[in-house]
Design a protein around this ligand. Structure first.
Ligand SMILES: [Zn+2]
Length: 308
């Protein structure tokens, strides 16, 4: 059932409406929220929401509990290909928990939190930006690692990246929900402004697996769930451009590399020169690869998680 979470009039006869699809199982159980579209230029979650809505609507007889799917937390951003909320010049994932009776954006954030805060679990799906491709991963801060790692492992992802507490932004939706007792996993996957179907399918299977493991899904359990690498920030090596030019990758993200393997090269189209070759700094998993070809000295080209 489609429900309105927040509605407000805009100046010229238009409306800002945030909606969700609430799928009620035939049996009582836990409540899971799938949230995406906080950043309007990250679209990987749209496909996951479509797959879940389509599948779960047809299978309510196998569901214990409630699934709420929020495909567009920031609909104005999605409509205008903008990361933040257009017109407000702000990143929507920096204003949570929001507040009532203040600005439109704060009130929208507040209403989303109010709607989700009684859930048991939430999955907040983000994509990378247009510059980088990322393997499917969960990003968890070290303070909540013990509470969330087990849940993140169910999601059929390749990596759980544990961040130090100092980098935690308290104004994110995920931090707000976790502090209210909703176990919330942030997923980062794919590339900005595009959909990577194979990763969407994997997350769909991962979410059904999470439902199965938490007693919300009575149907068949998905098979071949991937076991993610769990890595701290110091296990990740960054590869940056040493020249400005056009980056031509030679490896697919998600592959295992040996130290010294060639990842790609930076070339100069005007003269036909190869400016520099790019090599893996470690043995490990290529978790990130540059998607946008134009690079400047210092641009991030790749991230490799080295084997511990
Ligand atoms: Zn994002």
């Amino acid at each position: 059932m489609i429900k309105t979470v927040f509605s407000a009039s805009l100046p010229i006869d238009e409306k800002l409406i945030i909606q969700k699809n609430q799928i009620q199982g035939a049996f009582p159980g836990k409540r899971l929220c799938i949230v995406t579209g906080t950043h309007g230029d990250e679209l990987e979650g749209q496909y996951v929401c479509f797959l879940l809505s389509e599948f779960l609507n047809k299978n309510t007889d196998k569901i214990c509990g409630t699934i709420d799917i929020y495909p567009a937390v920031n609909p104005l951003g999605i409509d205008s290909i903008t990361r933040g909320m257009p017109g407000f010049d702000l990143d929507m994932n920096r204003i949570f928990p929001g507040a009532k009776d203040t600005s439109l954006s704060d009130y929208a954030a507040y209403s989303i939190v109010e709607d989700i805060k009684t859930a048991d679990y939430a999955v907040d799906i983000h994509a990378s930006n247009i510059f980088l491709r990322e393997i499917p991963q969960a990003r968890i801060n070290v303070d909540s690692a013990s509470a969330l790692t087990g849940l993140a492992e169910m999601l059929n992802i390749d990596l759980i990246w544990i961040h130090p507490a100092a980098t935690v932004l308290e104004s994110t939706l995920a931090h707000t929900l976790n502090s209210l007792g909703v176990k919330t996993i942030v997923i980062e996957t794919g590339v900005g402004m595009r959909i990577t179907p194979v990763y969407g399918q994997r997350l769909f299977n991962g979410i059904i697996n999470l439902m199965h493991k938490t007693g919300m899904w009575l149907g068949k359990a998905p098979e071949n769930i991937s076991k993610p690498i769990i890595a701290a920030t110091d296990a990740v090596s960054f590869v940056n451009a040493v020249d400005s030019g056009i980056f031509l990758p030679e490896k697919e993200y998600g592959v295992m590399l040996k130290k010294g393997d060639k990842i790609g090269q930076i070339v100069k189209p005007l003269s036909g020169e190869i400016l520099s070759e790019v090599f893996s700094p470690d043995d490990g998993l290529l978790m990130t690869i540059r998607a946008y070809p134009v690079v400047y000295e210092g641009s991030l080209l790749a991230r490799v998680i080295h084997n511990s």
